[in-house]
Design a binder for this molecule. Structure first.
Ligand code: TNX
Length: 499
């Protein structure tokens, strides 16, 4: 029996390795857990039935798939009796250990997508869409059996809408792009020295004044609560949770320029349009500061059904360490009061974090290790691999390089658990921040984010053993056709053999 089991394990390991080899005709990003090609093609034609039994959400996922396949194939699908079908099913028995997992079966006559949740079903549609590789298989899907589920539960991107503001349509486009590679979290950095970006009804000057500034020129901007709710809704339809961040006690010049009474000298700060960090702090000895924070967390939590609230906590050079710890402890209590789980930048590890807290590593291991020792979990965003605002090399037309250049190979060739030297169970996942000091337009976003984020998505999703730079490059070349079709202006790194 033992021998039999180890043979099975060995076979499983080999098939995992095979699953992402560059020789395989099927190319999916991020690389699935297992793909078995069966050598035929399900041909697409206009007569095609989309069958989705169940909730409205399932119907909607089927609707998204239909629109997507129609746009990519140029076909207008018509329901007709006896025609072949794409069937979407929720089934609790499918991969019960994997809440976001799914199975796909493509035969010449039918496509079946199955999952135990809407998230899994949504990811199945994303994979199916990528199976349509017209140059390789013609207009249709290669027949195959796919089983897939993510390695980490938290797969995120962060967008800084403070240094430069991005409006609701930009955020929606960003959501579309990141949902294509099965990310499930969008962290919005909503307050910083240069701007406050979300309406708070009990403190209107935050946006009346703090919302009207950004880096350099420009009027800034902010989301009304209705607009923010619309972002949350749009994201949820695409299986993405919004994580709101209010950065404190540093990075708060926009607050201090909005309300005189929050400043120790009773005077408003000047608005700030430069990009230096670490100069501002909330007055941690003023009770009004805590009234503001409580109101802000209450109003934002009511708009965000997701489990997290990010309280920043980075680069507080103007706050004494013991003051910082006391302040963050008190703010964490408020987050709990509103039913949310705390995330903070890695410096938060110095406060009283516990097993429910998440410490977001960005500079190096040191703080994360302190957090881990207290039982906290880590969200991995090491700047040298993950920071999307870093330049690729000296020719990059925008971006910073305080940690060095981050070429496409450097963004891909690392692993969270190897980096931290801990097991996957101590890591919630991977997140890729885009700070926008030098990012002004959506084209700028696309250039810095793609293709690096695709690699991060694979690190967060695919089994460690199936990932390697050679296989990744060949899949990336094929994913490039998809980015081109979607009008994504990605960076053509000289390290990748683009067609
Ligand atoms: C560090 S990362 C920051 C940001 C800057 C970024 C620029 C972090 C938690 N703080 O305030 O925008 O570097 O790369």
């Amino acid at each position: 029996m033992k021998k039999f089991v180890s043979w099975i394990a060995c076979f499983a390991a080999i098939s995992l390795l095979v699953s992402c080899q560059e020789k395989q005709a099927i190319s999916i990003m991020p690389c699935p857990v297992s793909v078995e090609e069966t050598g035929k093609v399900f041909k697409l034609s206009e007569k095609l039935n989309f069958k989705a039994a169940g909730s409205e959400e399932v119907q909607q996922i089927a609707g998204f798939l239909k629109t997507d396949l129609s746009q990519r194939s140029g076909l207008t699908f018509k329901e007709s009796e006896g025609a072949r079908s794409i069937v979407l099913t929720i089934d609790q028995a499918v991969l019960p250990q994997h809440p976001e997992g799914y199975q796909i079966s493509v035969t010449e006559n039918q496509v079946t997508l199955k999952a135990n949740s809407c998230a899994g079903l949504f990811y199945a549609t994303k994979t199916l869409s990528q199976l349509m590789q017209i140059q390789t298989f013609g207009l249709g899907f290669p027949t195959c059996e796919i089983e897939d589920y993510p390695r980490f539960a938290y797969r995120g991107a962060m967008l800084d809408v403070c240094r430069h503001f991005f409006d609701v349509d930009d955020v929606k486009r960003y959501i579309d792009l990141i949902s294509d590679i099965k990310l499930n979290t969008l962290h919005l950095h909503l307050s910083d020295d240069q701007g406050w970006r979300i309406e708070i009804k009990s403190w209107p000057e935050l946006t009346n004044i703090g919302g009207k500034c950004q880096v350099g020129e420009g009027d800034g901007g902010f989301y009304t609560q209705e607009q923010f709710a619309e972002i949350v809704r749009y994201a949820a339809e695409r299986q993405i949770t919004i994580v709101p961040e209010i950065d404190m006690p540093g990075h708060t010049n926009a607050v201090l320029s909005s309300y005189a009474e929050l400043n120790p000298d009773g005077k408003k700060k000047e608005p700030y349009r430069d990009i230096k960090v670490g100069f501002s702090t909330l007055d941690t000895s003023n009770e009004l500061t805590y009234k503001l924070i409580d109101d802000v967390i209450r109003e934002i939590s009511a708009l965000c059904p997701g489990p997290y609230f990010h309280i920043g906590g980075d680069e507080c050079n103007k706050t004494e360490k013991d003051e910082y710890v006391k302040f963050m402890n008190r703010v964490m209590q408020m987050v709990h009061k509103y039913g949310k789980r705390v995330i903070g930048w890695e410096e938060l590890a110095n406060a009283e974090v516990d097993s429910e807290s998440i410490v977001q590593l960005w500079r190096g291991k040191e703080n994360a290790v302190i957090g881990l020792a207290k039982g906290a979990k880590v969200l991995a965003s090491p700047a040298g691999h993950c920071y999307l605002d870093m330049q690729y090399d000296s020719t990059s037309y925008i971006g910073l390089h305080w940690i060095g250049y981050v070429e496409v190979d450097k963004a891909y060739n690392w692993d969270p658990s190897e980096f931290l030297e801990v097991g996957d169970d101590r890591i919630v996942g991977v997140e890729s921040p885009l700070w926008t000091e030098t990012v002004v337009t959506f084209d700028d976003i696309e250039y810095l984010v793609f293709p690096r984020l695709v690699g991060h998505a694979e690190i967060g999703w695919s089994p460690r053993e199936s990932r390697n730079w050679e296989g990744y490059q060949s899949r990336l070349v094929r994913y490039a056709s998809r980015m081109e079709a979607d009008g994504v202006d990605f960076y053509r790194s000289p390290l990748v053999p683009w067609k």
